[in-house]
Design a protein around this ligand. Structure first.
Ligand code: NAD
Length: 419
């Protein structure tokens, strides 16, 4: 259900007035489907074009509509150099997604290829469309994708950059499928790094989701179940596994409970205890730190030995960890501490660890904010609206299934905060 402002901006009279005075007009984002939902144009010439074409051909299989001709040609003749778009194509020749392989760009002079591919095509992107730039480590591409995300976001279009390690060309499938479909509705302006770890579907795997009885945690559990995982929801109450994660014996009890093995561990349980630092007593600081950081650290330590090979750990951090937020020194410290865990922990046996950093998500937590703060939070991003718990959940499910490792992915509609 869209928020009140968005509902008003979709009504004929208020929308006309809103447009005249320049108010943001949030579009309805596509969600739920695993199909691209339209034509895809693939361009650029580099080491990833062939692998990308193969992924697009696979996506076409479960996509209701056909992919664009050049892509079909590419898929058929795997290894072709580039798809050529004809600017003289009729105006109704529109695209749901544009994918550009920028790994062929080796000099700064060649960056003009970005302008050459996108200039004639961005205007043909449909609402809730997708742009994915595939590249090696080049900062120039980050400036480009982040700016394009801000230009196209108001139309519900997301723009993301995927750095693909040499030798990981065949590992882009899960990430490309996520970024090209409505599952990534609220992920934009991100730089994702794909390495050589294998994709491992979540179907048939056992997952533990802390704080799984409501809000974002319940959505994560639902999406993992939809993907075929056996999910254990842990929470203080109303859950299959009722446990306070801060109790001293919680790590040991969990290690016993999953002695037969665990595949996916999602640290989602979290609390806020906002107050400016001058008014923050130690017990208020520390009781939050126990839930948000110390318990996840202890539980991770206890559960890594029972995690099966190619196990997956996903931490739910927050945009506050990256941008900072007045009144949240305790919260931001704890959530940024989770990012340290993602960077520092030593893992082997193909186990990966990642974090999501949600921005403004429509939950009970954000519904309780003062109306002014809430409205600003909702609009200060490229998509001009808040995200939904399912947007965070889809991102967690992608991280739990792909081989992506040590990434921090913001689910924030390309929030202007901390960008
Ligand atoms: P929520 O309060 O609705 O859900 C949190 C769940 O964690 C609750 O069910 C609660 O009972 C459980 N929990 C709390 N302490 C626990 C403990 N000691 N042991 C076991 N379970 C415990 O919150 P939410 O909005 O769904 O947020 C989920 C996560 O996402 C949190 O970590 C939060 O910090 C993070 N987050 C939320 C937003 C947002 O906009 N809502 C933004 C950024 C990050």
């Amino acid at each position: 259900m869209a928020d009140l402002y968005t509902q008003l901006m979709r009504m004929p009279v208020t929308s006309t007035v809103g447009k005249r005075i320049g108010l943001p007009q949030p579009v309805e984002l596509d969600r739920g489907s695993s199909a691209v939902g339209g034509r895809v144009l693939l361009g650029g010439a580099g080491r990833l074009a062939e692998a990308a074409a193969r992924v697009l051909a696979e996506l076409r299989a479960d996509s209701a509509t056909a992919l664009d001709d050049p892509v079909r040609e590419l898929a058929a003749r795997a290894g072709l150099d580039a798809a050529v778009f004809n600017p003289a194509a009729p105006a109704d020749h529109r695209f749901k997604a544009l994918v550009f392989d920028a790994t062929g760009i080796s000099t700064s002079a060649e960056l003009v290829e970005l302008q050459r591919f996108f200039h004639p095509t961005v205007g043909r992107l449909q609402r809730s469309g997708r742009v994915v730039v595939l590249g090696g480590e080049r900062r120039a591409l980050e400036g480009f994708t982040r700016s394009l995300g801000k230009e196209l976001g108001p139309r519900g279009v997301t723009v993301n950059l995927v750095h693909v390690e040499e030798g990981a060309e065949e590992r882009i499938g899960a990430t490309l499928k996520f970024l090209l479909t409505p599952r990534s509705a609220y992920v934009s302006g991100q730089v994702i790094r794909v390495g050589t770890n294998k994709h491992k579907p979540v179907a048939g795997r056992t997952a533990l989701v802390t704080g799984g009885s409501r809000g974002i945690g319940a959505a994560i559990a639902d999406v993992l179940e939809r993907e075929g995982a056996h999910v254990v929801r842990l929470d203080l109450a109303d859950a299959e596994l009722e446990l306070d994660i801060t109790t001293p014996d919680a790590p040991e009890r969990l290690a016993e409970r999953f002695a037969d093995g665990l595949d996916i561990l999602v640290h989602n349980a979290g609390v806020t205890k906002d107050r400016t630092l001058a008014k923050m007593p130690e017990d208020r600081w520390q009781s939050l730190m126990e839930v948000n950081l110390l318990a996840p650290e202890r539980i991770t330590e206890a559960l890594v030995p029972v995690l099966r090979d190619e196990g997956r750990i996903v931490c739910v951090s927050s945009l506050s960890a990256i941008a900072g937020n007045a009144g949240q020194t305790n919260y931001a410290t704890s959530k940024a501490g989770l990012l340290d865990l993602v960077t520092d922990i030593e893992l082997d046996r193909g186990i990966t660890i990642n974090a999501v950093a949600p921005g403004f998500i429509e939950t009970k937590m954000t519904a309780a904010m003062p109306v002014g703060v809430r409205e600003v939070g909702r609009r200060l991003n490229s998509l001009r609206q808040g995200g939904l718990p399912v947007d965070v959940a889809e991102t967690v499910a992608w991280l739990a299934g792909s081989g992506v490792d040590r990434n921090v992915v913001r689910v924030c509609g390309q929030s202007l905060l901390g960008a």
